[in-house]
Design a protein around this ligand. Structure first.
Ligand SMILES: Cc1cc2nc3c(=O)[nH]c(=O)nc-3n(C[C@H](O)[C@H](O)[C@H](O)COP(=O)(O)OP(=O)(O)OC[C@H]3O[C@@H](n4cnc5c(N)ncnc54)[C@H](O)[C@@H]3O)c2cc1C
Length: 424
């Protein structure tokens, strides 16, 4: 069995390549029950935007597998129980899956192993291979800049991506297996004309083919050279790369993006913009690697510090969620998030800071709301950034408060963004 998790693609997937000599292969994906159960904040992890985007990614993966004579055995429910049952029903000798370094995903693998299932985890294709790093993953520098200096100083390689397999083993005998059920894609949403990531529009869906086409189109045009100057923009499809939703589902790998970036630099020369895109991908890499060092500590209210756990402000939180704090730029950003599933990095920083430092809210509640709504939710980047802004993570300055008035003056000087989302 190959169990797809956050790697909804066929290219650059060493674990899948490792299965191509098997006598039979069952490709599996699970719509996990926990994504639909409310958490301690009363929030369902998988909201409508990502559900749609992910459903499109899964449907595309199924099509790509069918083109190779296979198909995706999509199931819905508790992944541990479902995988264990499939293993038994199809007499599967090994389950191969990407090693996701995050608590729930690690717990699932541990539970399967306890149940006697033979699970082989393969390191995820990130920018760097763990074995190439100039430090042990568990000793990754805590602060971003020393991390960046270490990998840049040692010229840690980014390997070229692997091609997708040209053929796959046949499916095992399906007699006795529950029928595969692809997730239903909601038919509404994703096409708000104001959206910075219109995921229901042709070319912007969760499909791996859209991911690669988007990245290639991006690097073929003028935007990479402008990226450093535009990246703090608030609205529009072009001010930043918009790679994040596809990276989050794994419809594309960082190495595939890096290869397209190198091809762009070979054609047009490196620019401040192209170099800054790599810089941002290093942030993503750092937040992932921190899990090797700190694991579950990153999810505690106090994070990596000895500070008391943050308080929760339910009324303030409700006003923040619904864009009714009375601070125009914060409210506009929160309405954009709810309506479209996307928000610029600058505004993510501002609204996170506002919840934590102005409303006295718990950063974990904010992270849970982002998880529900963001089309690009990624547990490492989301929790990492929230913890960072709260001052309980790896910010050497001990947290950041963003002044809403100053941010509005600098980034929305004519009030266009606030007007766009004010409903007036
Ligand atoms: C509170 C908060 C929560 C966030 N939650 C998420 C999340 O759930 N998923 C997510 O992918 N990003 C998250 N980010 C990081 C960042 O806002 C998004 O990656 C970025 O806005 C996505 O748009 P883009 O692809 O156009 O980014 P670009 O500016 O084009 O950057 C290129 C790529 O670099 C990476 N990157 C850029 N900035 C960051 C960053 N600060 N941290 C980590 N990686 C970064 C992303 O992979 C991104 O796709 C969060 C930031 C904050 C402040």
């Amino acid at each position: 069995m190959y169990w797809f998790r956050r790697d909804l693609r066929l290219a650059d997937l060493p674990g899948l390549r490792a299965t191509t000599d098997a006598a039979a292969l069952l490709p599996v994906w699970v719509d996990e029950a926990r994504w639909h159960q409310t958490d301690r904040w009363g929030i369902e992890p998988l909201g409508p935007h990502r559900a749609r985007f992910q459903a499109d990614a899964v449907a595309d993966l199924d099509r790509s597998l069918r083109a190779l004579g296979s198909r995706l055995w999509a199931q819905a429910g508790d992944p541990v129980a479902l995988i264990a049952a499939l293993v038994k029903a199809a007499s599967i000798d090994v389950v191969v899956t990407q090693a996701e370094v995050a608590p729930y995903e690690q717990d699932d693998v541990a539970a399967l192993r306890r149940a006697g299932v033979n699970v082989l985890t393969v390191a995820p294709t990130s920018l760097f291979d763990l074995s190439d790093l100039p430090f042990k993953p568990a000793a990754v520098p805590t602060v971003f800049t020393p991390f960046r200096h270490a990998v840049e100083g040692e010229r840690t390689p980014v390997h070229p991506p692997m091609a997708a397999p040209r053929s796959l083993p046949p499916l095992p005998d399906a007699a006795g297996l529950p029928e595969p059920v692809l997730p239903a894609a909601a038919s509404e949403g994703g096409d708000d004309p104001r959206s910075s990531f219109p995921y229901a529009r042709a070319g912007w869906t969760g499909a791996a083919r859209d991911a690669l086409a988007h990245v290639q189109r991006y690097f073929a045009g003028p935007l990479p050279r402008q990226y450093k100057a535009t990246r703090n923009g608030l609205s529009g499809t072009g001010f930043s790369t918009k790679f994040s939703p596809w990276l989050a589902t794994g419809a594309i790998s960082p190495r595939q993006i890096h290869a397209e970036l190198l091809a762009h630099e070979a054609r047009e020369g490196a620019s401040d913009g192209s170099r800054w895109i790599v810089f941002e991908l290093l942030w993503r890499e750092h937040f992932r690697l921190l899990h090797h060092r700190f694991g579950r500590k990153l999810y505690r209210g106090r994070g990596l510090t000895d500070q008391p756990s943050p308080g929760h402000n339910p009324q303030g939180f409700a006003r923040w969620q619904t864009g009714r704090t009375g601070v125009p730029l914060v409210d506009a950003a929160m309405r954009e998030l709810a309506a479209t599933g996307f928000m610029s990095n600058r505004l993510r920083q501002l609204v996170a800071s506002y919840l934590i430092h102005d409303l006295g809210g718990d950063w974990r509640a904010g992270a849970a709301w982002f998880e529900h709504l963001l089309v690009d939710h990624d547990v490492h980047s989301n929790h990492g950034n929230w913890l960072y802004i709260s001052g309980r993570g790896t910010d050497p300055r001990g947290g950041r408060r963003f002044n809403p008035e100053k941010q509005a003056r600098e980034h929305d000087p004519d009030g266009a963004f606030v007007r766009m989302w004010s409903g007036r």
